[in-house]
Design a protein around this ligand. Sequence first.
Ligand code: HEM
Length: 267
Amino acid sequence: MSDPHTRAALTYGSYLKLDELLSLQRPRSDSAEHDEMLFIVIHQVYELWFKELLHEFDRVQRLLEDDEPYRGQHTLKRILTILKVMVAQLDILETMTPLEFLGFRERLEAASGFQSDQFRQIEFLLGRKSEQAIRRFPDGSRARRALEHRYGQPTLWDAFLRYLSREGYAVPESQLRRDVIASIEPSPDIQQILIEVYRRDTKNAELCERLVDLDEGLQEWRYRHVKMVERTIGAKSGTGGSSGAAYLRETIGSPIFPDLWEIRAQL
Ligand code: HEM
């Protein structure tokens, strides 16, 4: 144990590891391109938010498993607030013009947000799993281990269905034991249950609405990201090797929780 008399007093800087944190922004352009600093800072900030989101999503899932819907909703509210901040932050990057970005774009080589393992982890926990996404990371790396772990875990939707079943809803066994790796497909049985929830069960209907908020919030981020990409690089291909905005447009509009959208026409 450290001696309290010799130990340096905790300060703001030592608690937050500010010396380390502030040494991590290192532009690659020699004759420092002014906007590269912004580009680095904003991506690092996003990665920190992704980290916090993963932390909060794990909590929501645990709270649902422990039959704590109100606390689960409360945590979802926090997640949604973070998502709103993340969408709003894109405004800052949009102050960078196409020419300012071109000033350092080639220094990025093949690096791209496409390689963000934390973004993929969020997709995995929401039900968009892909072995190919795991294989992009070197064997034994932090990123690969994290993705491999999440790949076999139940998704947030699985936790929600199991919670509904414990609340007394007749969720079919096939859904409760569904392959957690498979994508979440619309199910008429689940839709019937959700309609019942919306009509008769305010507590759980509210929880459903927060999941819809989450789904919409992520689609909003994707939409704003693609618009930013269009205004910054137009139809050019991405540094990550995709067709760029054309690829990103394909990822917009497919919901995470399809049943929650399907039922709206029947309510
Ligand atoms: C000037 C700013 C930006 C441009 C031009 C840009 C461009 C692109 C492009 C073209 C892609 C498609 C993959 C590729 O071929 O590279 C992509 C994917 C992606 N970007 Fe960005 N991006 C920018 C800022 C950001 C920021 C600030 C984030 C925050 C983390 C981000 C996160 C992502 C993610 C997560 C993907 C993967 C999306 C998916 O596969 O569904 N990007 N970006």
